[in-house]
Write a protein that binds this ligand. Structure first.
Ligand SMILES: [Zn+2]
Length: 316
């Protein structure tokens, strides 16, 4: 009343137009319409309109009159600006992070929307059966966030830190502290989940002074040598991975060095570890092999032993 703007026209069953297409898209966005967007106002569209009207507190007659259409347009209006190639900033960063968590984005989370981000958005859109235009509107941004947050984190990441129990115990014929023992047990549970036999064979423990080949790394707490006899190279690498997931700085020896094949490991954060062992942990986080000369960690390079460096949250 008194409004000079032209009223939005009424759409009803039988209408076929781009306005109906837009109506269906808006209804679909709000979850009222799940059929094909075809611009054809049939009984399914009518039902969807009625569903929206009911929710909006309007007369639920399934007729899209001006009032209904205006309310629908308002409700379906994007609440967040669309992101596209050229966009940058924290919203892009968040989107990249979520798409990375979901496995669609594999590049650096840098907050800059380039062709790689576009391709990731397109793959995400395709997976949901949406038009893969590579533009991240509110639906893409919100769905990616929701799914990324709902994705259960593997328990090895969120597991509590091992107890600060430094009592030395006898374990599988060697000496370790209780903290290290707990970590070994965790590693074995991850090995089991990987389908490996779940008992580590420990050839050297901690507090074992005087083994010259170990350069003092085993003189204090947190140190272990594991036999990989009988394991294939791939499975030996998996053991390293399980130990890393449990919070050890662990490397397979005998690949790119002069040691006989075994796994050498230092429990990250062990307060009784010797300084040389602590230095190895520092080297581990630098991507090194922890040996004199500081070569690159073979498990981070593309030599076939690449298992990455999974570190549980407590050890970061
Ligand atoms: Zn060792």
């Amino acid at each position: 009343m008194g409004d000079k703007r032209p009223m939005t026209s009424t759409l009803n069953v039988g209408a076929r137009s781009s306005a109906v297409t837009q109506l269906q898209q808006q209804l679909a966005k709000l979850g009222h319409y799940k059929a094909k967007v075809d611009g054809d106002y049939g009984p399914v569209t009518k039902k969807a309109v009625a569903s929206f009207e009911k929710k909006a507190g309007l007369k639920a007659d399934g007729v899209a009159d001006g009032k209904t259409r205006d309310a629908l347009a308002k409700a379906a209006k994007p609440s967040v600006p669309s992101l596209k190639v050229g966009s940058s900033g924290p919203k892009v960063k968040a989107l990249q992070q979520h798409l990375k968590t979901l496995g669609f984005y594999k590049s650096t989370v840098d907050g800059s929307y380039g062709p790689v981000t576009k391709a990731a958005v397109q793959a995400f859109e395709k997976k949901h059966g949406w038009t893969p235009d590579g533009i991240a509107g509110s639906r893409v941004q919100e769905t990616a966030e929701k799914e990324a947050k709902a994705k259960p984190k593997p328990s090895w990441q969120t597991v509590k830190a091992p107890p600060s129990d430094y009592r030395v115990v006898s374990f599988r014929g060697v000496k370790v502290n209780v903290r290290t023992r707990v970590m070994v047990e965790r590693a074995e549970s991850y090995m089991k989940a990987m389908g490996l036999s779940s008992k580590l064979s420990i050839t050297q423990g901690s507090f074992s002074n005087g083994v010259s080949a170990s350069a003092g790394t085993h003189d204090g707490g947190g140190a272990l040598d594991i036999s990989i006899r009988g394991y294939s190279a791939a499975n030996a690498d998996k053991i390293v991975k399980a130990m890393r997931m449990a919070g050890f700085a662990a490397w397979r020896r005998g690949v790119n060095d002069t040691f006989s094949p075994h796994i050498h490991a230092i429990a990250i954060g062990d307060k009784r570890a010797t300084q040389v062992a602590k230095n190895q942990v520092t080297e581990y986080f630098r991507g090194g092999d922890g040996l004199v000369g500081s070569k690159r960690d073979i498990h981070l390079t593309a030599t076939g032993h690449n298992i990455g460096r999974p570190v549980p949250n407590w050890a970061k």
